[in-house]
Design a protein around this ligand. Structure first.
Ligand code: 5GP
Length: 193
């Protein structure tokens, strides 16, 4: 088991509806020492890629992306979620369905902060069905930038996102892949990597 899988076993809570709660260390209270290890590990896994910018999505991705960015020495841009907005031509927009909140959001990035030709590493806390990721990818493509890699802290391997994104040909690295979890027993199975 790697450092993250160990922490998930220790402090993660399996909820009904295929939700893994990790709010004591990842997406509410944040363990920055753990984030440092996450940053170091993404840097190792994407050491061959030239990265100009990190892109994530609010809100849980932001803290992680900021620490990861220290290892790549690049800025972080986060996509903002907006319910329904007056959009002017200065924004890239994608429609994203939220797994946790069961609603649709528009996610937006200002055109000022994503430029043609930039090499982008996308970072997020979770991948479930991959909707958030497909939105971010479409924004990068619209900007004429390039997705050099995708780093996910926890992938739920029993949901479709990972497969869809890998089939599209992207280099997707997930630090922990959960292949099964049981809300009654609290048991979590990880994919061997
Ligand atoms: P997707 O778009 O891949 O279906 O869902 C990704 C987003 O939903 C992530 O950014 C994350 O915020 C949230 N999410 C999905 N599944 C879980 C889960 O099991 N636990 C938590 N804490 N968040 C999740």
């Amino acid at each position: 088991m790697n450092f993250l899988e160990e922490r998930i076993c220790k402090d993660g809570v399996v909820k009904e509806g295929n939700v893994l709660k990790v709010d004591s260390f990842l997406n509410h209270q944040m363990d920055i020492e753990l984030f440092e290890k996450i940053g170091e590990e993404f840097k190792r896994r994407f050491s061959e890629e030239k990265i100009d910018k990190i892109l994530t999505i609010e809100s849980s991705g932001i803290g992680i992306a900021c620490i990861v960015a220290r290892y790549f020495n690049v800025p972080v841009v986060f996509a903002k979620k907006a319910k329904s907005i007056n959009i002017d031509g200065d924004m890239y927009i994608a429609e994203v369905e939220s797994f946790t909140h069961k609603c649709k959001n528009q996610v937006i990035v200002s055109k000022k902060f994503l430029n043609e030709g930039e090499n982008v590493l996308i970072i997020d806390d979770f991948m479930a069905n991959g909707c958030a990721m497909q939105g971010l990818i479409s924004i990068v493509n619209e900007a004429g930038a390039s997705v050099e890699g995708i780093g996910i802290v926890i992938e739920k391997g029993f949901q479709a996102g990972g497969k869809i994104i890998r089939n599209l040909g992207y280099k997707l690295e997930s630090l922990a892949i959960v292949d099964g979890m049981n809300a009654e027993t609290g048991e979590i199975q990880f994919r061997e990597q």
